[in-house]
Design a protein around this ligand. Structure first.
Ligand SMILES: [Zn+2]
Length: 163
């Protein structure tokens, strides 16, 4: 399974994080949505996001050292849909300029809200209605239904029931 995904991220308290090629950035405490694509498969990519102690490569790696992933939404697509999703979120949320978008023309791939529910509501709307619902543009294609995983906390620990 491949496509684009959104990570829901909780940052319990404000942090200043120095992010690779960007400068030191201030992140208010709250919830973030990060949009990415995994065109060679979700599993390895999501596992990587969940793993701690990894070599930092993407902007998001730096933030995840201070924050935790509380949800993952997978949009199964054959095309990279991440920028379409990012632009839909950009209409409704504050963003961290330049974050996660070194390879594209988006303003950002990281969005902020005070409450998780604000982000979840929009992401679930995209899930149900496709991306066109979330934007004014008529030219955007509808993204295939997503699979939504929301939990209190996602960890990479082995399942206690399976081992
Ligand atoms: Zn983009």
């Amino acid at each position: 399974m491949k496509g684009s995904y959104v990570l829901l991220i909780q940052l319990p308290e404000e942090q200043t994080v120095t992010i690779g090629s960007l400068q030191a950035l201030h992140f208010p405490g709250g919830y973030y949505a990060y949009v990415g694509s995994a065109m060679s498969g979700f599993e390895a990519r999501i596992r990587r996001h969940l793993r701690s102690n990894k070599k930092r490569h993407w902007h998001i790696d730096y933030l995840l050292e201070k924050a935790s992933i509380t949800g993952v939404i997978l949009y199964e697509t054959n095309d990279r849909a991440e920028c379409t999703i990012a632009q839909a979120l950009d209409h409704q949320f504050e963003s961290v300029p330049g974050f996660g978008c070194s390879d594209c023309k988006c303003r950002s791939h990281l969005f902020f809200a005070n409450e998780a529910s604000q982000l979840v509501m929009v992401i679930v709307r995209i899930y149900i209605h496709g991306i066109a619902f979330a934007t004014a543009s008529t030219s955007l294609h509808k993204i295939a239904p997503a699979r939504v995983f929301l939990t209190g906390a996602i960890t990479n620990d082995p399942c206690p029931h399976c081992s």
